[in-house]
Design a protein around this ligand. Structure first.
Ligand code: HEC
Length: 265
């Protein structure tokens, strides 16, 4: 009886999931590709999507698939878009940024330091500019939907048996510099706050990509970074100056948590 009930719940859950997915795709929202209106469903028949599949999905899944976690060799494209879109909401900027990083993957330019740490830098592969442009445009236009983040470890910061974790002076310095920058920051335009978000991200990400950290200490640094990543993304994409100021304030508070958990020798 218990089993039947369980199955019923699963089936109900799956059908709800299914119908809600179907609704999404059939809602036929239109997006503008090259001045032509194209629906989400139509994107799947474009040359851009064909190229995306054949050139990029060799390594990238389109969306996270929990049953294939151990086959992942690159972040799912949905995650790539989650990182690129807030930074480049404008289509042309988005296309240029994706083209630039694919042509020349680099730690300096990465927006996905966690992925770089986990999978190593994306290999440099030569693509035709024209193809790459179509691919980038497709990623911009395609609504990948959302997927909850699946995390292996708990994301909570914790001490090392009651003691602070010891980090390298370089790491400490990065956090101090970022903290000072944020504390001293005051601007009148939201664009300057967006830029602050980018600058902070570009510095803080090196904490995560430091190859000398491993094991539980790395997990803790990852948890810390993960904790401030949301605020950095918000700040980068914020349109309202009041909210940007509030986000900056929140970021400052969260950054200070660093000193509760980590220290230098
Ligand atoms: C051989 C495997 C492979 C192929 C093929 C591949 N990628 Fe990647 N890609 C990766 C890996 C691994 C990462 C994560 C590491 C990184 O970000 O550099 C990545 C990351 C990215 C990122 C995020 C870059 C960053 O760090 O900010 C973008 C954008 C991207 N890929 C786009 C593409 C596009 C577009 C294609 C097809 C034209 C493609 N990739 C093909 C392996 C691949």
């Amino acid at each position: 009886m218990k089993n039947i009930l369980f199955n019923l719940i699963v089936i109900t859950f799956l059908s709800v999931l299914f119908t809600s997915c179907n609704n999404k795709t059939s809602k036929s929202k239109t997006t503008n590709i090259e001045n032509k209106s194209i629906t989400q469903a139509e994107i799947y028949n474009t040359k851009g999507y064909e190229l995306l599949k054949s050139k990029c999905y060799i390594c990238h899944f389109e969306k996270p698939d929990p049953s294939k976690m151990n086959q992942m060799i690159a972040p799912p494209m949905l995650r790539v878009k989650e990182h690129y879109f807030p930074n480049y909401p404008n289509k042309e900027d988005f296309i240029n940024a994706v083209m630039a990083i694919v042509k020349n993957p680099s730690e300096e330019k990465t927006l996905m330091p966690g992925a770089v740490k986990k999978f190593n830098l994306m290999p440099k592969v030569i693509y035709e500019d024209e193809d790459l442009r179509l691919i980038a445009e497709t990623i911009y236009n395609l609504e990948f939907g959302t997927a909850p983040k699946v995390r292996m470890q708990t994301m909570e910061l914790s001490l090392n048996n009651g003691e602070k974790w010891v980090v390298k002076p370089e790491t400490y310095k990065i956090i101090q510099e970022v903290g000072t920058k944020i504390s001293n920051f005051n601007a009148d335009s939201v664009a300057e706050y967006n830029q602050l978000g980018k600058d902070v991200f570009d510095k803080a990400k090196f904490v995560l990509m430091d190859d000398s950290y491993s094991g539980e200490l790395f997990n803790q640094l990852h948890n810390f970074f993960y904790g401030i990543e949301g605020e950095m993304h918000l700040l980068i994409a914020e349109k309202d100056i009041k909210k940007a100021k509030q986000t900056t304030e929140n970021l400052k508070i969260k950054l200070n948590d660093f000193y509760l958990i980590f220290k230098v020798k």
